[in-house]
Design a protein around this ligand. Structure first.
Ligand SMILES: O=C(O)CCC(=O)C(=O)O
Ligand SMILES: [Fe+2]
Length: 193
């Protein structure tokens, strides 16, 4: 029997390289900026995430787009709200992409026990930049190669940022297992015109 795959279940297994097109940075914002930002989330129009009658156990507030009943992204042209503007400046600097290229913003609230299942962010999303707030999560990635999954993961710390572009967005799926404590993410998406 080939015991090799078991090695990857061991805690000391060698770290999988992160996918091409994925980048991560700690401390995009300070603890004070994080606190002020989350305090202002009170004013956002959160609603439960729902798709085709399935409730994701998360609450979301989205700007610049909405999902139609087929799950397709419909652009609304609505601007990204002022409360997210300073964060978007930092995200744009982190990604090296133009601030105005980010036309979608989504604030997601994960109560303890909430997560997000395996998916890819579909077009028209091109690049996705996400900022984690309040508590860490295990950000997992996987890609099917033949009959097996290649896997990678990273602990996304509060106040950190990640970028998914290129193959990390188009070829890899991502998911977040149930979080232990309240976590918010702010994701900004560039879109194909
Ligand atoms: O919460 C996150 O950082 C990721 C959320 C996500 O994958 C999505 O909204 O498509
Ligand atoms: Fe996603």
């Amino acid at each position: 029997m080939d015991a090799q795959p078991l090695l990857f279940d061991l805690p000391l297994a060698p770290k999988m390289p992160l996918p091409e097109g994925f980048r991560y940075q700690d401390n995009l914002i300070t603890a004070e900026e994080e606190r002020d930002l989350v305090a202002r989330f009170q004013d956002l129009p959160f609603k439960p995430y729902e798709h085709l009658g399935y409730f994701g156990n998360r609450r979301i507030a989205g700007f610049g787009w909405r999902q139609d009943d087929d799950g397709k992204m419909i652009e609304t042209g609505e601007p990204i709200p002022d409360v997210l503007a300073p964060l978007l400046d930092k995200v744009a600097a982190f990604t090296g992409l133009a601030r105005d290229a980010f036309r979608h913003a989504l604030v997601t609230e994960y109560s303890p026990g909430a997560g997000i299942g395996w998916h890819r962010d579909r077009p028209p999303a091109v690049a996705i930049a996400g900022v984690s707030l309040l508590s860490p999560c295990n950000f997992r990635l996987r890609r099917k190669v033949g009959e097996t999954w290649r896997r990678a993961s990273i602990i996304a710390a509060p106040r950190s940022a990640y970028l998914m572009s290129g193959p990390a967005r188009s070829d890899w799926q991502h998911s977040i297992p149930q979080v232990e404590a309240m976590r918010y993410s702010v994701t900004f998406r560039t879109v194909a015109r």
